[in-house]
Write a protein that binds this ligand. Sequence first.
Ligand code: PLP
Length: 418
Amino acid sequence: MRSPSTIGHLLSGPSGIQELMDDLGEALTTHPNMRMLGGGQPAAIPEVQALWREQMQAMVADGGALDRALLNYDPPGGNPHFREAFAAFLQRECDWEVRHENIAVLPSSQNACFLLFNLLAGDANNGQKRILFPLVPEYIGYANQGLSAGMLKGIPALIEETAPHEFKYRVDFDRLEITPDIAAIAVSCPTNPTGNVLTQEEFARLRDLAREHGIPFIVDNAYGHPFPGVIHNGFHPQWEPGMIFSISMSKVGLPGVRTAMIVADKETVKALGNMNAIVSLANGNVGQALMAPLLKDDTLLRVSREVIRPFYKERSEFAVGVLREALGDKVPWALHKQEGAFFLWLWLKDLPITAKELYQRLKAREVLVIPGHYFFFGLDEPWQHQHECLRLTFSQRPEIVKEGLQIIAEEVIKAWQE
Ligand SMILES: Cc1ncc(COP(=O)(O)O)c(C=O)c1O
């Protein structure tokens, strides 16, 4: 290609998320012995896999349901029956005052965020509008989604020590200024990569700030409420008009169906459907067909509460135990408080090498992690902290996680001894 357009350049150039997905894909296919402590895919939980297999078998047995799902192009904002059923589910189970016109179905929450950020921000008649991320580090997948340079603005988190070898990121409200260029405030909650959950007070202050300035507060619930519900402190955000919530099917065991739901005011829902028509024509139907029967009762919430959340909690506690034992007090280290999601976020304060170098050394020892710097975007100034963190997944089999964490500890201690 001779010279791509500005947008072509932004989208086709190298990006953190593309490097990450390439690296994970290559490791999965060509390095069978790689210990995968890197990716964000959900764990294989037998009860959850059985649930989706049963749903698929019922759809195939019905015949007509399968034919409809495979044959039809649905409207670009989602299947009308599914939107009705999903709104009824949210009313009944979450007490949210929503109707079908508040629900947009889109091909994944990755896609939904891309459409949403570019709907709200970018070049406008009155100058450039931006999306404000009040708690960076934030999800790597947002970092390259702006179709104009500088469209995403991040505020570095405050670091609060919560226990020996444990810390929590807090919103730095003193630095959070809602200037006229800010089009929306956005967070993932629980946060990928850190597992942070906003406190009730932080959530309320961000919501009130957004309300005061007449801009949306976007909450990406990929790991949270209402499903898969991997939140350990009971935090259940309440949707209200003016807010935009994203709920993905992925982390409840269905990343392969590429489907997510946006809950928003009806104007935003209509705009997203229109955008989806241009970009994708329509959504995949299979995810909606698989999930629809489960929206009639509380199966999804029950499975989330009784199976998925305890599974990740147990895995997380196991991984923390292994790391504590392996690192002891030999080097400075701390983990972000485990409040939700599928990750450990390890801070190696004053690490003598960068997290990127550590990642290379670990890869050579067949342990794949994600170096932290990818999750720091939109900042005005460089921050040394970004070179001192790693994101680790504990979704793999415990023996793999244990081996991987022990190798990480060995390499970290070695780096300090050089
Ligand atoms: C916070 C967050 N949002 C969105 C996504 C993307 O999810 P989906 O599979 O629905 O595109 C992820 C995936 O890891 C995520 O961690």
